[in-house]
Design a protein around this ligand. Structure first.
Ligand SMILES: Cc1cc2nc3c(=O)[nH]c(=O)nc-3n(C[C@H](O)[C@H](O)[C@H](O)COP(=O)(O)O)c2cc1C
Length: 366
């Protein structure tokens, strides 16, 4: 099922950038969860284009329609189908790309794999596909919240501008309002201001930049995850690297942990408030592939947007050298809009693993 994700709480996304619309089918959602289109819309509005002056100006309301699985404001346990119409497609902007491959985009690989492609707005490789993930993630996040779990992603770095280490250490699980206070979704106002300036500056040069999103989750029970192939961090890594434009994933101490010795790196155990805790959290909340009840902390790296408004060297479908000047409406930096997408994928992984854990370990009592 190449367009599906999850084992018990599953999603299947469908649709292209310039087709009639984009959607998702969610199967396995527990019944009786109160959820409205307005609650799903809040998350879609955080993802949608045209929301600020540092993202793509494509004007889409991204209004969600509930087609099935929710009746009188509650999930029914049957498949939930959610639909968002594309209303501001401008396919003519992509005429030149019908025959020329955009550097570092998906044009060449789709052509090599399928022998044809929908070039309008990148077709299925467009980040519009993530609408379905965000809509489904809103439902998963509501279930997590009902269990007292706090989940928040935010930007820690744009290009070479990073939140100071002390601010990052002090931020905890930032409130939604702190993250949404600026269009760049970095909860440190001084750093956010510098990030916004950088994005505007590269955009004015027809260029792009990338950055890093950190996601933190507090309140997870110990026991979520599997010991071998579906380790919690492995499924999170897959979820994050399934997002367009991602180039890296690290959990806990990540790559920096390689600079420490075991004696410096180990998270000592202690009893605190009547339960087993660790004094530090370099594991990032997962040990042996299973959550240990500490905060889940991971980072996702996003590359600079591939489509830039500069002339670039490429080849056409006949292999002839060509030049390509990016057209259409693009994000000079995809990272601010990716924040709710990272949260959605994290929520989907966690609910799926929560249900799997409960099914195996809590269904029967012997
Ligand atoms: C929120 C978001 C917005 C994006 N917007 C653009 C865009 O405007 N232009 C573009 O070329 N790529 C954009 N991308 C990235 C492309 O979808 C992605 O680079 C492409 O599918 C190729 O996949 P890859 O970069 O993972 O190899 C965006 C990605 C995300 C997550």
């Amino acid at each position: 099922m190449p367009n599906s994700f999850g084992k018990l709480f599953t999603i299947t996304t469908w649709g292209e950038s310039h087709g009639p619309g984009i959607g998702v089918v969610i199967d396995g959602c527990p019944p009786n969860l109160p959820i409205t289109a307005a609650e799903i819309q809040v998350e879609l509005d955080r993802r949608r284009p045209g929301q600020s002056d540092i993202v793509t100006p494509r004007k889409e309301a991204d209004a969600v329609e509930i087609l099935s699985g929710i009746h009188e404001g509650r999930t029914t346990g049957t498949p939930i189908a959610l639909f968002v119409r594309n209303t501001d497609a401008r396919p003519a902007a992509y005429d030149e790309m019908k025959d020329k491959f955009r550097p570092s985009h998906a044009d060449f690989t789709y052509q090599a794999k399928y022998g044809l492609r929908d070039p309008r707005g990148g077709g299925r490789s467009s980040a519009r596909e993530t609408i379905g993930r965000v809509a489904a993630g809103a439902i998963a996040a509501k279930i997590l919240a009902s269990q007292g779990v706090e989940l928040r992603a935010f930007i820690t770095r744009i290009h070479d501008i990073a939140m100071p280490a002390e601010a990052l250490a002090a931020v905890g699980i930032p409130a939604l309002a702190e993250v949404e206070a600026t269009p760049v979704r970095c909860p440190h106002p001084a750093t956010a201001a510098a990030m916004i300036e950088r994005i505007k500056s590269v955009r004015s040069q027809g260029d792009s930049v990338g950055g890093v999103i950190q996601c933190r989750v507090r309140g997870l029970p110990p026991g979520l995850g599997e010991p071998v192939f579906d380790r919690l961090e492995a499924d999170l890594a897959k979820a994050m690297l399934s997002l367009p434009a991602t180039k890296g994933f690290e959990i806990g101490s990540g790559f920096a942990g390689t600079l420490l010795r075991g004696s410096q790196h180990n998270d000592s155990f202690e009893m605190r408030d009547g339960r087993v805790r660790t004094t530090t959290n370099r594991s990032g909340g997962v040990q042996g592939g299973i959550s240990n009840g500490e905060d889940l902390v991971f980072n996702v790296a996003f590359k600079p947007t591939a489509t830039i408004l500069q002339t670039q060297q490429t080849v056409d479908s006949q292999g002839r050298p060509a030049e390509l000047m990016g057209k259409g409406r693009h994000d000079p930096c995809v990272v601010p809009r990716a924040v709710p997408i990272v949260e959605a994928m994290a929520a989907l992984v966690l609910i799926d693993h929560w249900m799997r854990h409960a099914a195996q370990n809590q269904t029967f009592k012997f």
